[in-house]
Write a protein of this length. Structure first.
Length: 156
């Protein structure tokens, strides 16, 4: 298969479309959060993950978000500096810290959640009904599961 043929495939077309849709959605939510709350979606996303995970560590964020540990560490440093996340020594691993969301972090999540939901609902419901959104979520979970089961750094 030539390079030209590969880029003309339905698989590549679907991938390309998925990336464009994800980028547009991310941008729309990010703009709303920056305008109304002066916070980036990347920070809210990391904060949300820490809030939903017991004994969260920087490495856990990196693995969940599929980013480098260095990138996750920079996000956590911003959240700690803003007073949204606290670090505490890990009880069994001195090289690691446990992350917890502070009351200010929980308050920010509460304030931003309606804006995130509004942007996503307005965008997704313009194209899909409730059943379509559920089907999209089902398909994305299948894709996510196939990616999450691969050894890190590998492709098919």
């Amino acid at each position: 298969m030539s390079t030209t043929t590969a880029f003309a495939s339905p698989t590549y077309a679907a991938f390309n479309r998925l990336v464009r849709v994800q980028t547009a959605l991310w941008r729309a939510v990010d703009v709303r959060l920056r305008d109304r709350h002066h916070v980036a979606l990347a920070d809210v996303t990391a904060l949300h993950l820490v809030a939903g995970t017991d004994a969260s560590r920087v490495q856990d964020l990196a693995a969940t978000l599929h980013i480098t540990v260095g990138g996750a560490s920079k996000v956590v440093d911003r959240l700690v500096a803003a007073g949204l996340v606290a670090r505490a020594p890990h009880p069994t691993d001195r090289r690691s810290s446990v992350l917890t969301v502070t009351p200010a972090g929980h308050e920010l999540l509460d304030r931003t959640s309606a804006d995130v939901e509004d942007v996503l609902r307005d965008t997704l419901e313009e194209a899909l009904d409730v059943a379509g959104i559920a089907r999209l979520d089902e398909l994305l979970r299948l894709l996510e599961g196939s990616i999450d089961t691969r050894p890190e750094g590998t492709v098919a």
